[in-house]
Design a protein around this ligand. Structure first.
Ligand SMILES: [Zn+2]
Length: 563
């Protein structure tokens, strides 16, 4: 079935309430674990339908933000979110009190029950109205940023459309395109600050209402993290400062040589004098090549990608009215993922075909998991699938980049490594924000600059005012949309690098471990998934240093000047 043929409807909350309260009653009265299992599966079916319809509604809106009908459907699903959460919460409460917990753990593993416990700690009917308000504020951010219309050299662009100019080979174009971008942010900074200010205070209030000191603990639980906390994350950030920041400094100096510049400003983000590698060919051609590639990579990826193409489960090219960014979503009732992105003619387009496809491949591989909650793992584990796929597809990169393949690989590795300090900076900033919910926008910006000086000491915005005064984080949508979702990329990158290292010595074993990890979906915690995949846990002291050592040796071995 094609995406456009998938059944969609509005769920009627009142009807669902009645059905779920009946399931709750039968579950509580159950005399055997068998009866409870069948209740759980009934509820799982409702959860799948709800998740599928709300994903479709949200996706259709992302594809066409000016479509009133699509907006109305998304608004509907946004508006019922907290009520639906209340329904599921009522079931989780009785589940948590089940006298058959041991038997249930035997059937599905302890993770399922732990997830329920965690979920219970994130909700109470008394925060329902605040959750609705939080969704509204998130949507305000999307609306504002997605609707950006920026004039540049006589043409109008959205934020994603302006992206390619930031890595133009002309320094003047790069600088002016950033100025255009930051002018837009500067003009909208008051609105962006107001949205964030309200979000932070609201999240703090939700946390306090639920009995927490501040939002941090709640934020971690919302991310489903039940195997580590802020102290492990702080220790990991510290390792990034110690092991990665000095190597990134070296890369920075090397880049000066490559670009033939005495000094690098923020807008000198390109990697090569004659420009960054670009994919060769039209979007259609790239997708056809990707399809061939996935067939050659493995039987399972070939089958998967055929489905993505044949069932029209991808919307990849940037156009006006599309929400910026890229993501992978899914429709659990139909066992299908979907990839959304904004192709813009840069190497980012290929990363979509590998990164987002990695997410989608994992989701597809987990279709036999018995429970909806086991399809997707927590995000730091999910990003392993996507980032590792970027590496497993390396042998085919010449199909996309032709003579620029070595440039792409150098950029890929150096970029992935250089990303780690930025990721830690975003994470540290958010911890500070939620520890200090009363800080003013100006204080937040100042704090951002303080963190930049730790994690990104070489950054210099030159005479561009907006980022120089600390506002650049406003463009990082995770900070608004999904608090604490960011360190995930750095943890996952540390794991993906390990897969890359392994693939150089024993590709077959590395791929087998990867497929095993994808099939496990969310049936285990991050810690257990990393172990299952035969990788070392990034939190372990020395793990990152070892990885960085290998990666920087590889980079040292590349004569980037000659590429
Ligand atoms: Zn991702």
């Amino acid at each position: 079935m094609k995406y456009s043929e998938l059944h969609y409807e509005r769920i009627n909350v009142d009807e669902v309430k009645v059905i779920i309260s009946d399931i709750v009653k039968r579950f509580s009265d159950a005399k055997s674990v068998k009866e409870q299992i069948s209740s759980i599966l009934e509820l799982d079916k409702i959860g799948r339908d709800y998740a599928s319809y709300s994903s479709i509604a949200s996706l259709n809106f992302s594809r066409d933000i000016y479509n009133e009908k699509a907006k109305a459907e998304k608004d509907y699903y946004d508006s019922i979110g907290p009520d639906m959460e209340e329904c599921f919460n009522s079931f989780e409460k009785v589940l948590d009190n089940s006298i058959f917990k041991n038997e249930l753990a035997d059937k599905w593993g302890i993770k399922y029950l732990k997830d329920v416990e965690t979920s219970l700690k994130t909700f109470d009917p008394k925060i329902k109205e605040m959750l609705k308000r939080e969704t509204d504020l998130r949507n305000e951010y999307t609306k504002l940023t997605a609707g950006a219309k920026i004039e540049f050299d006589g043409k109008e662009y959205n934020l994603a459309g302006l992206g390619p100019f930031h890595s133009d080979k002309s320094r003047d174009v790069r600088k002016r395109s950033y100025e255009a971008r930051f002018n837009w942010f500067s003009q909208n900074s008051e609105s962006l600050d107001a949205i964030y200010d309200k979000l932070v205070k609201l999240r703090h209030k939700i946390a306090v209402t639920l009995g927490y000191e501040n939002f941090i603990e709640l934020g971690y639980m919302r991310m489903g993290r039940n195997d580590y906390g802020p102290s492990q994350v702080a220790n990991f950030r510290k390792q990034i400062v110690e092991s990665v920041v000095p190597v990134v400094k070296k890369l920075h100096d090397k880049k000066k040589e490559i670009l033939g510049l005495d000094y690098l400003y923020f807008y000198d983000g390109i990697n090569f004098k004659d420009g960054d590698p670009k994919p060769k060919g039209t979007p259609e051609h790239l997708i056809t090549e990707a399809q061939k590639m996935y067939h050659e990579l493995s039987e399972e990826t070939g089958e998967f990608f055929d489905i993505m193409v044949n069932e029209e489960l991808m919307d990849l090219v940037n156009r006006e009215g599309k929400r910026p960014g890229g993501f992978c979503t899914s429709f659990p009732s139909y066992d299908r993922p979907y990839i959304f992105s904004n192709f813009n003619g840069t190497d980012h387009d290929i990363t979509v075909l590998t990164h987002e496809a990695g997410h989608a491949f994992q989701c597809y591989s987990s279709k036999d998991q018995p429970l909806m909650g086991y399809i997707w793992p927590t995000m730091e584990a999910a990003e392993i699938h996507s980032m590792s796929m970027e590496f497993f597809t390396w042998p085919w990169m010449d199909r996309f980049f032709k003579e620029d393949t070595s440039k792409f690989k150098y950029k890929h590795i150096s970029g992935s490594l250089s990303f780690l300090p930025y990721g830690a900076c975003v994470d540290h900033f958010q911890h500070w924000v939620y520890e200090n919910p009363d800080a003013t926008p100006r204080e937040r910006n100042q704090k951002w600059l303080d963190f930049e000086s730790i994690y990104l000491p070489d950054r210099d915005y030159h005479d561009i005012e907006f980022p120089s005064t600390g506002g650049i984080w406003q463009g990082q949508l995770h900070i608004y949309q999904m608090p604490f979702y960011y360190i995930d990329y750095t943890l996952a990158q540390t794991c993906a690098f390990q897969f890359w290292m392994k693939s150089q010595t024993d590709n077959q074993k590395a791929w087998a471990d990867y497929v095993l990890l994808c099939k496990a979906g969310g049936s285990l915690t991050f810690t257990d998934l990393v172990e299952l995949a035969g990788l070392e846990l990034p939190f372990n002291d020395g793990c990152l240093a070892k990885v960085v050592d290998y990666v920087s040796n590889w980079l040292d071995g590349v004569d980037a000047n000659a590429l």
